[in-house]
Design a protein around this ligand. Structure first.
Ligand code: SAH
Ligand code: SF4
Ligand code: F3S
Length: 471
């Protein structure tokens, strides 16, 4: 059966004013999901997960009930990521795997949203190869989801609604959090950095900050409901408030968040170029700001950093790193690294290994460079053979893992505070959770509930986990 398609793609220049608005839920949608179920599949970063929580919140308001499996859901949402080609192929693969299922269940709705929906080539491929997807909507149209879903039910045609624009800030969006004691709180949206390899500024629009009072209110509400840990989210949190013309906006916000008294505050992601000394001091001075920092470096070589458009040198990174370590000796570091950027020589890759030797990260997310259509780097020849990229990745991962293990061994015999998340995924007799240092701790203990802060004595260390016993 060939369905009609309604396509609404709006291309506005990516500069312009930021609209501020408040979400208004129309009562007519409240009945839409009575007796129906939904499932949201998230494929991306924390911002993507947080969007998934917003969509869940809307679906709950529309009276849908949450289920875990695609097969049980009347509405399935593929909340996608575009950061690397592998992320996209993963989603296309999933859609293909459910092609005949969907064709046998035409009454069930497949919706695709998130960063992939912002790419024109993806929309073309979806309409051509996966015409059974009923609804495609972009990151800027998330607040319109209830209307769009109703149209899908009424009009029985494929609906595409995507806009390329600087983006807005919409408050009062509903949220159904995936945890009752850990929360992601957006402090800003979008990114202005335009690193040459990265698609995020194109899929998420310009940097725009939420007002401080709205952020604090979200934290206070969560805290009043028993929440323990808040992670402040932004692609470059250190730029918070620049669009609002605030001086040192991020540090000021961070301190006010700390003053709410919530047990744990983290923030994600920091950019080495914008990280200020005052933020280091706030981290040092407020006990509820966790002393673990994700500080993506991407490469250890200045020429590569320059061509990536990162805006800092490796000397600057080391200076910041050493300063943080000097002022906060117990701090732990994680990072992101890309190997095989166009033209990366063996020597330039060696510089990345030297960087790892210096920083001895606790963990690093390492990636093989993936060209993204429309980014400046995609025009550079992607000249490193895949076999070389993979070899570099392996070498790098082995190096990182050896330092991670050595770091973890220093915790054996010490007692760490762990926010219990319930039984470990692999073994129901073992509890697990994250320590203040952001270490995943598997531990034995009795009568401990998820959401409790517990002291755990560390008995053993692996590269990326610690074992222990509650005390
Ligand atoms: N805003 C964050 C990260 C967003 S994307 C930051 O600036 O750190 C997360 C990570 O994906 C990046 O840090 C980078 O390491 C990686 N990444 C982004 N684009 C990529 C690409 N085209 N190929 C491979 N890795 C990429
Ligand atoms: Fe992408 Fe760079 Fe922005 Fe991070 S800072 S989201 S890597 S453009
Ligand atoms: Fe992916 Fe979009 Fe996040 S591209 S990493 S889901 S901002």
């Amino acid at each position: 059966m060939n369905k009609n398609i309604s396509v609404h793609i709006k291309n506005q220049p990516l500069v312009g004013t930021i609209e501020r608005d408040s979400f208004l839920f129309q009562e007519e949608f409240m009945q839409l999901g009575i007796g129906k179920t939904y499932c949201v599949l998230n494929y991306g970063c924390q911002a993507n997960v947080r969007d998934g929580e917003t969509l869940s919140g809307m679906l709950e308001m529309m009276s849908f009930q949450k289920v875990d499996k695609i097969e049980e859901a009347d509405v399935v949402i593929f909340n996608t990521c575009a950061v690397r080609q592998t992320a996209e192929e993963h989603v296309f693969g999933k859609l293909s795997a459910y092609k005949s299922y969907k064709e046998n269940h035409p009454g069930r709705i497949f919706a695709l949203c998130g960063c992939m929906a912002q790419e024109e080539n993806v929309i073309e491929r979806l309409l051509k190869k996966h015409p059974y997807v009923d609804l495609i909507f972009g990151t800027h149209n998330i607040d319109r989801f209830p209307q769009l879903l109703q149209r899908v039910y009424e009009e029985k045609q494929t609906i595409v609604e995507v806009e390329a624009k600087p983006g807005g800030v919409i408050e009062n969006l509903p949220v159904e959090r995936s945890s009752s004691y850990k929360a992601f709180v957006n402090i800003m949206y979008g990114c202005n950095k335009f690193c040459t390899y990265c698609i995020v500024p194109y899929t998420r629009g310009r940097e725009r900050s939420r007002l401080k009072e709205n952020i604090i209110e979200e934290i206070r509400t969560f805290q009043a409901q028993g929440g323990k840990e808040v992670t402040l989210l932004g692609q470059n949190v250190n730029a918070y408030g620049k669009d609002l013309k605030l001086e040192d906006g991020f540090t000021d916000l961070l301190i006010d968040c700390a003053k709410t008294g919530v047990d744990r505050i983290r923030f994600y992601t920091s950019h080495p170029k914008d990280y200020s000394v005052t933020t280091i001091e706030a981290m040092r001075d407020y006990p509820n700001i966790m002393k673990s920092l994700h500080l993506p470096v991407q490469s250890g070589n200045n020429e590569i950093l320059r061509r990536m458009g990162r805006g800092y040198t490796i000397e600057h990174y080391f200076q910041l790193f050493d300063d943080l370590k000097a002022r906060i000796p117990e701090i732990t570091f994680t990072t992101d690294i890309i190997v095989g950027f166009p033209g990366e020589t063996d020597e330039q890759f060696e510089d990345t290994l030297k960087l790892v030797d210096h920083c001895k990260f606790d963990l690093a997310y390492t990636f093989v460079y993936s060209p993204r259509e429309g980014t400046p780097a995609a025009k550079m020849p992607d000249d490193i053979p895949l076999s070389v990229k993979k070899e570099r990745l392996q070498t790098l991962n082995a190096r990182i893992s050896s330092y991670a293990k050595a770091n973890n061994e220093t915790y054996v015999g010490k007692t760490l505070e762990v926010l219990c998340e319930g039984p470990s995924k692999k073994n129901l007799a073992i509890l697990s959770g994250y320590s203040k240092e952001n270490k995943l701790v598997n531990f034995k203990g009795e009568n401990i509930q998820a959401g409790e802060l517990v002291n755990v004595e560390i008995t053993d260390a692996k590269s990326y986990t610690l074992d222990g016993q509650a005390v």
